[in-house]
Design a protein around this ligand. Structure first.
Ligand code: H2U
Ligand code: ZN
Length: 341
């Protein structure tokens, strides 16, 4: 039998950050495609849309009017999935039928008053204001005694379920730690106890040495396609310094973070000459009043597009029933993204 070649032979990759596995089938990326094509929006948008519920001065669904905000704007989601006034309680039958009440709150953040922009069109000082607001919200919501985790994220593009093209994101803050950050907490804690170092700092050092999965780098942050990426052009932004949450980021690091978001999203837009859709979000330490020396702040980008602006990756079949799977390798995805920098 010939020797194993990671660039050619099927293999499973371990996600050191979550403990999950992904099946990689590099030889399969040449198969023909006659399936569904996604609609992508490339239409010119006005700077102000009188019908947009996020534009300054407009009316929202609950009857409130948005202020004439000059940069960012945050408000409580009028259709919040989590609510502060949820009564305590639950249900348990033989440990098999089990429910727990969940308290929380949801907010919407407008990144800009301009209806026609996305993060990739915005200037770095404008994105920096979004980072400032993320920081302020993480600290403010995290300080509430019933909030133990704050999830900040953006759904971009209709294909990702975004309800409105106006540049915006969301925050869901709640009393339990959801599954993904809980897995990351467990993996980082175990690594930190065994090695007395941050898992992601050590992982980033390996990646900066190997360089094959690095997309971009500046003084304080790196963008890379993780070794264990599931989505075709999935990336992570990782700060070079080990800190747990935005309450610990320096001003200089905030500027570098804003610049990385700008540069990475510009690369994404170039990849298929489209306003590139994705779900992106910050992962930071739980706000559960525990010390979290193991936690290393980072941002994930999960874009669904596979081979063009119209062909999306589906998580179906084996991926629903077995493990997630990918054809193009993270190394070749990184090489393509790097080429557009
Ligand atoms: P998405 O585009 O990611 O769905 O986020 C928009 C959010 O805005 C969505 O959660 C809220 C929706 O509940 N929303 C309001 O809070 N007020 C409105 O007037 C319309 C939409
Ligand atoms: Zn708008």
């Amino acid at each position: 039998m010939e020797a194993f070649d990671i660039n050619d032979h099927s293999h499973r990759r371990y996600n050191a950050l979550t403990g999950d596995w992904v099946l990689v089938s590099p030889h399969r990326s040449k198969r023909p495609w006659q399936g569904q094509q996604e609609e992508t929006t490339k239409e010119q948008r006005p700077q102000y849309d009188p019908n947009c519920y996020l534009c300054p001065g407009n009316l929202r669904a609950n009857g409130e009017t948005n202020p004439e905000y000059p940069s960012t704007f945050v408000f409580t989601n009028d259709f919040a999935a989590l609510q502060e006034q949820t009564p305590a309680g639950g249900l348990s039958k033989g440990g098999l039928i089990k429910a727990e009440s969940e308290r929380g709150l949801c907010k919407v953040i407008c990144f800009s008053p301009r209806h026609d922009l996305t993060l990739s069109d915005m200037a770095v000082p404008e994105i920096r204001k979004v980072v400032d607001l993320w920081q302020q919200q993480y600290l403010e919501l995290g300080a509430l005694d019933y909030i133990n985790y704050v999830q900040i994220f953006e759904n971009k593009g209709a294909v990702m379920g975004s309800s409105n093209p106006h540049p915006h994101g969301q925050i869901w803050a709640q009393s339990s730690v959801p599954v993904e950050p809980a897995k990351e907490t467990m993996q980082q804690t175990q690594y930190f106890h065994e090695n007395k170092r941050s898992l992601l700092a050590d992982y980033l050092a390996l990646e900066l040495e190997e360089k094959t999965r690095i997309v971009l780098e500046n003084e304080h942050f790196a963008a890379l396609v993780p070794f264990w990426a599931v989505w075709p052009f999935e990336t992570m932004l990782i700060p070079k310094r080990h800190f747990a949450h935005l309450g610990q980021i320096s001003d200089e690091e905030k500027d570098a973070f804003a610049a990385m978001i700008k540069d990475l999203s510009a690369i994404y837009d170039k990849l298929f000459q489209t306003s590139f859709p994705y779900s992106a979000g910050l992962h930071q330490s739980p706000t559960d009043a525990q010390e979290h020396p193991e936690w290393h702040f980072h941002m994930h980008f999960y874009p669904p597009l596979l081979r063009s602006a119209t062909v999306k990756k589906f998580m179906v079949g084996y991926e629903l029933l077995g493990d997630p799977q990918r054809d193009i390798t993270p190394e070749s995805a990184a090489e393509r993204l790097r080429g557009l920098a």
